[in-house]
Design a protein around this ligand. Sequence first.
Ligand code: 5AD
Ligand code: SF4
Length: 476
Amino acid sequence: MSEKRINSLVPPEIMRNTFEFSNKMRTLNSERAEKKGRAMYAFVLTFGCQQNEADSEKIAGMARAMGYDMVSTPEEADLIMVNTCAVREHAEKKALSTIGQFKHLKAKNPELMIGVCGCMVTQEHRRDEIKMRYPYVDFIFGTSSLHRFPELLYEKTVKGKRLFCPEEDEYLVAEGLGINRESSYRAWVSIMYGCNNFCSYCIVPYVRGRERSRLMEDIVGEVEALAKDGYKDITLLGQNVNSYAKDSDQGYDFADLMARLSMIEGDFKLHFMTSHPKDASKKLIDVMAENDKIARHFHLPVQSGSDKVLSEMNRHYNKAQYLETVRYIKEKMPDITLTTDIIVGFPGETEEDFEQTLEILKEVRFDMIFSFIYSPRKGTPAAERIEQVDEKVKSERFARLLATQNEISLEKNLPFVGKTVRVLCDGPSKNNDELLSGRTEGNKIVFFAGEKSNEGKYLNIKIDRAEAFALYGEKI
Ligand code: 5AD
Ligand code: SF4
C-alpha cells in the first residue's frame, strides 16, 4: 500500500474511538430498553442522491450497532436522523420543512433525539440556521464526520448539551462502518467520495471534499460478500467514478476495477454512476463491452448541448467530444441504454444555446433524461453571475425539453413491444398495487401482473405496451 493511499483512510485510533462510543451507547440503550420494556427505535430519512442513500445505510448500520431497531415512521422513533442534500434549493427547502415538522414530536417526547447530517448542513450558513431556528435539533455533523455519529449521539444523550460537530475533520475514507442495507437484492457500493471538478454550478465539491478512493481489495471484498448473499444488482457509486484511484498511485483505474469485479462469481449485474464525460475512457467502454456482468446502461451527464455553456460550466469537453464518446459506446454496445442529466437555464443561456441542447437530445436519442432547472447555489461561481435566466423562461424551456424528450423516449420504447425482456422484480408498484414493477438491465421500468413473492427475482416479461416512461407486459 502506498504512503499516499494510507493517508486517505480515517486513522485507526479515530475508528477505535467510534467503536468505543458505539459500545457505550449500546450499553446505555439496553438499559433504557429494559426500563421501557421495548426495543429502542431509530428512523433515518434521506434526501438527495444515491450517495446519500448509501451514507444513510451506514447511519442505519451504526444505529443498529448502538442497539436501535429501525422503524419506518418518525412517530415511533427514539432517534430521528435526517440526511440532507444541497444540490438544489428545492432539496434544502424540503429538508428544512420536514425538520420543522419534527418540532411537535420533540414537544411530545423530550427524550427524542434528532440529528441532522449530510450536504446541506456541511454549509456554514445552513448550520447556523439550524442552530438558531431549530433549537430542538440535538446534533449536527457534516459529510466528513459520518464516523463521529456514535460519539455525538452518546455525548448529547449523556451531557444534554447540543452539539455542532465543527467542519474540521479531514475528508477521508472510513472503512468498517456497519451497513444496514435497505434491500436484499439491490445494493449500493461507494467506491470513492468527493469531487475535484468544480463545475461552476455545483455545490458538491464544497460539501463533499476532494476525491478519495477506496482500495480495490476493500471493494472486491464487499462485492464478493454481496454476490454470495444473493444480491442481483450492485451499483458502484462515486461523484465521478471515471477518476477512481487517480488520487492514489496504486497502478489501477476504474476500468481495471470493473474488469476485476466482473470476475466475481454469481448471478448479478454491475451498474455504476456517475460518469464524467471528460474521463469516460475507451478502455472502460471496451471492458464493458467484453463483460456481460456489467449492465448495458451508461449514464453520461451532458448538462448542455451548447459549447459556450459547457465551457462556462467548466465541464472540460465540448459537444463534438461528447458525441464521439457516445458514438464509440454505441459502436461497441448497440443495445446500450443511454441516459443523461440536463440543466436548463444556466446563467447566460440564450435561446440558441437552449436549442443546441434540444439538438443534442435528438442527435444522441437518450432513452431517458434527468432534467433540472438551474438552481443558484451559494458560494459557486455561476450563482454570482448577473445574467441569471428569468424564472418564466426557465420553466418554459424546461417544458419544451420534456416534450422533446418524451417523444424520443416513446420512440425508443416502442420497439420493445412484442419482445421479451429480463427484469429484476421490485414487488408491488408504488402507484398501482395490482401490478408489480421491475427494471431491465438498462434500468427501464416495467409493469406486469404477478405475485408479490416475485420480489427480488429475475423474471422474463413479454412486452405488450410502451409509454415514454414505462413498459407494460406479461410474465412468461
Ligand atoms: N442546479 C440544477 N441542477 C444541478 N445539478 C447539479 N447542480 C445543480 C444546480 N445548481 C444537476 C446536474 C447533476 C445532477 C446530479 O444535478 O445535472 O448532474
Ligand atoms: Fe445532494 Fe449532491 Fe450531496 Fe448527493 S452529493 S446528497 S445530490 S448535494
